[in-house]
Write a protein that binds this ligand. Sequence first.
Ligand SMILES: O=C(O)C1=C[C@@H](OP(=O)(O)O)[C@@H](O)[C@H](O)C1
Ligand SMILES: C=C(OP(=O)(O)O)C(=O)O
Length: 450
Amino acid sequence: MNWKSYTETQNIASLQEYILMKHNIILTKKGKSVKGTVQLTGSKSECNRALIIEALSNGKVKVENISDAADAVLLAGILRAEVKDRKLEISGADDSRIEHPLSEINVGPAGTAMRFLTAYLALQDEGVILTGSERMKQRPIGILVEALRELGAQIEYVENEGFPPIKLKGSLVQQSNKVSIKGNISSQYITALLLIAARLPFGLELHIEGDLTSRPYVEMTLAMLQTAGIQHTWQVNVIAIKNQDFTTTSLYIEPDWSAASYWYAIAALADEAELFLPGLTQYSLQGDSVITEIMANFGITSQFKDGGVYLQKEAKAISRKIFDLKECPDLAQTIVVICAALGHEATFTGLETLKIKETDRIKALQNELAKIGVKLTEKGQVYKLDCSEKQIPEYVFINTYDDHRMAMAFAPLALLIPQVEVEDADVVEKSYPAFWKDLEKVGFEAEATG
Ligand SMILES: O=C(O)C1=C[C@@H](OP(=O)(O)O)[C@@H](O)[C@H](O)C1
Ligand SMILES: C=C(OP(=O)(O)O)C(=O)O
């Protein structure tokens, strides 16, 4: 059983069973050359936006190449059931509402599902409780709830102020179309509001206060809305979307560039690498495609042809010491681990949001890097690697903290360390269920324990 089936059954017995049935993976790799083709699954970010757009479009928009990332499968299940069973009614529409009992939706650890559904469900005419995993209950939602309340939604906290679970009490009656929102905590709040903006009777004028973190994700949202016929303006810090209809179209989900980053890491740690990742495009909507530029500093070339990207490794001294990852936070663990493994004492900025993701990723990185003698030190907003005591053990156990990216970022160490045991192998399902199988395809051995 994995967390997906746990959230499906949602009872204590299955939670205990789930904990008991967690298994680890022992990774080994003979030789240090990696060659092969890896078909990555669709981006969960693109897919979860597309699914909300599809659900709001009254049948006009269809999602193609749906991702099999658990976060996307989960949202598709919820939304497709929702749209079938319920009628989308917002203020101004006819009043023939159907009474539904208050139901509960559990999104497990899926941050985008939590945030996007909060906005989507605020438009529905019946009440619902939206909850998630224990970690989700520690990931803030107050900024988004506040913005939706200003628009006219009725939302209450079920346990702790500012955090899931939340009770959405029925259809939003729009009070205002101007909302200010802090930009430096999570761009997902902004995306959530933009996704529903065209369905608000008076549209939305969103004022972003202060710095905007994870900006490419907001750009992705607007680009996908545009493909679905929704126009916007973005001037300085104000994004405006009028009430308007979706056009008939399909949204095609590109493979996941965040998942591709683990293959760049493997190429960086291998002696020889020739990898082909089909379906990835140079001008992607995904900000994490910047991994091509970042890894060029490590001698990994990216050549776009045959409908995908070829990765090759060239012998080269590493040419960059400072990495600002504010626009690509999901690459942080990959890049920090590559630098640590190569003994490259780099400096990192833009990591502030890492503390409120699937786990506190800064602490998790510090704990796990210590196992190879590397320190990640924090001074204000600047993080530095100290590799002076780096050592390569014969065996390492990597704790994963319920974070898919901890598992995938540390797995490439198997190119340097004879045995890498990764805790809770199923954690990768959140974004990249075939990760271990794909490693086997290119010559890693991945043995499950327990
Ligand atoms: O909008 C999205 O699809 C995402 C935005 C980012 O979150 P933040 O905006 O919270 O940094 C990213 O870390 C997450 O994996 C996916
Ligand atoms: C932060 C992530 O996801 P989410 O916020 O959607 O849970 C991630 O995939 O790294």
